[in-house]
Design a protein around this ligand. Structure first.
Ligand SMILES: [Zn+2]
Length: 98
């Protein structure tokens, strides 16, 4: 099971928990009151799932940014640190990634 499937399962689990709570609430409470309890529960669940999604995407962001312009090369010829295709000091195109 990969991370995405695990994440989806977690969301389904929360939806299941919410349904179980709302069903049991509607069994013990008469209709208008049960609705007054179920709505806040579903709002809280939506908030919780959204926060988990945000946490998931937030965790992915640094690696996405890391693959951008912040890559540092070292010149294989003179050792100068740069992020261009060729070395600004000696013009050599042979680089190694730090
Ligand atoms: Zn160089």
């Amino acid at each position: 099971m990969n991370g995405n499937q695990q994440f989806l399962m977690q969301q389904l689990l929360w939806i299941g928990v919410g349904l179980a709570i709302s069903v049991s609430v509607s069994m013990v409470m008469p209709f208008p009151y049960s609705l007054g309890i179920m709505i806040p529960i579903f709002l809280a669940m939506g908030y919780f799932v959204r926060r988990q999604t945000l946490k998931k995407t937030g965790a992915l962001q640094p690696s996405v940014l890391g693959s951008g312009s912040s890559v540092q090369f070292y010149c294989a010829n003179c050792g100068a640190k740069h992020n261009q295709r060729s070395c600004p000091r000696c013009g050599s195109t042979s680089t190694r990634i730090s």
